[in-house]
Design a protein around this ligand. Structure first.
Ligand code: SF4
Ligand code: SF4
Length: 182
């Protein structure tokens, strides 16, 4: 899809940080209300917004996901990446990975060791599936990952924009029965 906005979305991480701070409470309430919407309709609403926003987002000017969070590395990811780097899976694990509290493999450090100064990923063609799919706003069954999506809005300016557009589309800014906005 080509970017339809006259001005491309500028990835301004300082502005994003401030927006996250200002809208944190609003977003928590919005996602609570979103959980009560029809799950079947949610994919049809979010997927076109994902396409629209990413058509106007230059991830190479951002890389905030690679700078601040770690993807999960599956066994398949480890096998594929270690082969590409000519390491054994064990060497890859020992050098770059650790287990998190749920026993998943994650990066030892952030920013990601595979991220270059130019924001290019040095293992792009074999990068973990979690990196390929981040921020997961085009995945099926969005209703099941609403907590993850809310968390991702705090990392990813594009996910934040998608959610902002979704609010406008759903017009959930009317006060609810308790008088809360969103
Ligand atoms: S593997 Fe590549 S895409 Fe994934 S976090 Fe690291 S630099 Fe980013
Ligand atoms: S996916 Fe989101 S956080 Fe990652 S580089 Fe693109 S806009 Fe930035």
């Amino acid at each position: 899809m080509r970017c339809k906005d006259t001005i491309r979305i500028t990835v301004d991480l300082e502005r994003h940080k401030e927006q996250v701070r200002l809208k944190r409470k609003e977003n928590i309430t919005f996602f609570k209300r979103l959980k009560k919407t029809n799950p079947q309709k949610l994919d049809a609403l979010i997927h076109p917004l994902h396409e629209e926003v990413f058509a106007c987002t230059d991830c190479l000017k951002c890389a905030n996901c690679c700078k601040t969070t770690s993807p999960l590395f599956s066994g398949k990811d480890i096998k594929r990446i270690s082969k590409y780097l000519r390491l054994s899976p064990q060497e890859l694990e020992d050098t770059y990975l650790k287990r998190d509290s749920d026993e998943y493999f994650v990066l030892k450090k952030s920013p990601c060791v595979f991220l270059g100064d130019d924001n290019y990923c040095s293992i792009y063609s074999v990068r973990p599936k979690a990196c390929q799919e981040f921020p997961h706003t085009n995945r099926r069954r969005q209703h099941q990952i609403l907590d993850l999506t809310r968390a991702n809005t705090e990392v990813c300016p594009a996910a934040f924009e998608i959610v902002d557009k979704l609010k406008k589309k759903l017009n959930l800014n009317k006060p609810d029965k308790s008088g809360n906005k969103y």
